[in-house]
Design a protein around this ligand. Structure first.
Ligand code: PEP
Length: 245
């Protein structure tokens, strides 16, 4: 049985007072069975650790534990302060910061070495979808980004399928499109070391809102959501978690 996960990606948003308002609105989640996780800006991680109703993690981390990497975030230090997970390979990291599959692979391995759960993001652009390349793109991002894993990593990597054309656009994938991509992703994981494909949590991301999450989660291979915009307000995040029951 795969547990539903709702993961908020706050990106470069939220001041300290907005964070406090978020948690006032969110209140307690004891009635909610889904796992509720949030990736705030790194400067707020310490603040989020005080709220036991969620687990917090990073939006990105470095491929090294320490050293001359100005502006980077050490996975060792993330673990040290109590972070639970890190995103790796979000499409904004791939496109704006030109992070390659090779770099994302190194980041994944280093995060795992530091006992962080990795949420590894994959997804095609609109151009690639229109050229019927969805499966080719997913296969290549998964195989190249997840090289070198082994049986000790089983259960430590979550996949987030996020079609780039759906992120922040209000254009959510249909439940059928998402299910098809998730099912294919699961089939690719069968042949990658470090995964028990049937048990791997695969999240959908891309314009998920409280009013469309139920339709997405009713599909067999969709185990939760990675949510940007709709995770910024406490009430909306709570509604996502409640709808995901
Ligand atoms: C994201 O940032 O990963 C995301 C899915 O954003 P949004 O929900 O705003 O589309």
């Amino acid at each position: 049985m795969r547990q539903v996960h709702i993961v908020g990606n706050w990106k470069m948003n939220q001041t300290t007072s907005e964070v406090d308002t978020f948690f006032k609105e969110l209140g307690d989640l004891s009635e909610v069975s889904a796992q509720a996780w949030i990736a705030p800006q790194a400067i707020h991680l310490d603040r989020l650790l005080k709220f036991p109703q969620i687990k917090c993690g990073a939006q990105n981390c470095a491929q090294n534990d320490s050293g001359a990497f100005t502006g980077e975030l050490s996975p060792k230090s993330l673990k040290d302060i109590g972070a639970h997970f890190t995103l790796v390979g979000h499409s904004e990291r791939r496109s704006i910061y030109k992070e390659s599959d090779e770099l994302l692979n190194a980041k994944t391995l280093k995060a795992l070495e530091n006992d962080l759960v990795v949420i590894f993001c994959v997804g095609e652009t609109l151009e690639q979808r229109e050229a019927n390349q969805v499966e080719t793109v997913l296969k290549s991002q998964l195989e190249n980004g997840l090289r070198g894993l082994n049986s000790t990593h089983i259960g430590k990597v979550i996949i987030a399928y996020e079609p780039v054309w759906a992120i922040g656009t209000g254009k959510v994938a249909t439940p059928e499109q998402a299910q098809q991509a998730h099912k294919y992703t699961r089939s690719v994981l069968e042949s990658i070391d470090g995964f028990s494909a049937q048990e791997t949590i695969i999240l959908y991301g891309g314009s998920v809102k409280p009013d469309n999450i139920k339709g997405l989660l009713s599909n067999e291979d969709i185990d939760g959501a990675l949510v940007g915009g709709a995770s910024l307000k406490g009430q909306s995040f709570k509604d996502l978690c409640t709808q995901a029951q």
